[in-house]
Design a protein around this ligand. Sequence first.
Ligand code: AMP
Length: 354
Amino acid sequence: MTLDTNKTIGIIGGGQLARMLSFAAFQFGYRIAIFEPEKNCPASQVTDQHFCASYKDEKALEEFAKSCDIVTFEFENIPVDAVKTIEKHVKIYPNPDALGHTQDRLSEKEFVRSLGLPCAPFYEINSLDDLEAAIKTNGLPAILKTRRFGYDGKGQFVIKNADEAAQAWNELGQNPCVLEGFVDFSFETSMILTRGQDGEILYFPNSQNIHKDGILRKSMVPSPLNFDQIEECKHIGRTIAEALKYVGTLTVEIFVGKHGLVVNEIAPRVHNSGHWTIEGCKTSQFEAHIRAICGLPLGSSSLMARGVEMENLLGDEILHAFKLAADGNVFVHIYGKKDIKPGRKMGHFTRLFG
Ligand code: AMP
């Protein structure tokens, strides 16, 4: 079904991803309403309807849902009850089942394994005893991760010696965790794809991602992947998207190592490692998402340059953003966040080469 222009797309969440989705939606004459508890968030500055309320506020959720023709989301940790309330009134894309598989790292790993896709060995950890037993089975190093609410490397502890087990368990708050075998990878790539309502898939070129202190610094295209590896990435992305009956943009983070590809994480949304597509591709990941959920043709992910690089502007790096704009091959994006905090994603810039 095609959504007519002038109709309203609801976005759950009001951060920079919602802001960039809004810009893409406006291009087609859609209106945007966001639901976001925080005032003056990056997306509220560019949208006319901001439902500013708690995710527990059923009345506000209902009002939001009733004012939208379709709803999408910019993050995966939306409380399940909020999704259920919204779903009673309006169709949500992508299928909210995707949230169930990605809010919890254990369910996510089990899902990936059930599809026959490669992932690191993992163990469910509910106690220090579980952790010690898993370390014995797996060996070290290994990485302990909280099952829920981890992002940008938060909620993780790399265990190198068995005597660090108690420290890791305590530092992660004795919360339910997964222990993952440590993957010796050469680099990380993102497989970003957009699946339409008719099942057609648009694959974006793979990026090579560089992290520092658990936070994405840079994404570069083209990646060093060879043809077979790219085909395998597409297979991984397609298998996940089809299993979820997914509509919209989906991201799979994949480790590339000596022993092949390993799925690290699934994000049921547009992704920081795909910001380069705004200027780097004919159709960006944001535009493709809007096209998919609105039933429009998906567009083209052809490159606009021979090489593209995106770098995040973290914390006070944003203070130099205007200087970067002096280079005509550089495209600066500032998210409009008032408070500068170390490591906070304040903006990014993309450089086109050749
Ligand atoms: P995540 O939050 O799971 O994306 O992890 C953040 C970063 O931690 C990744 O980009 C990797 O650099 C590192 N990491 C996560 N899991 C593993 C693993 N199983 N083996 C090695 N490094 C990992």
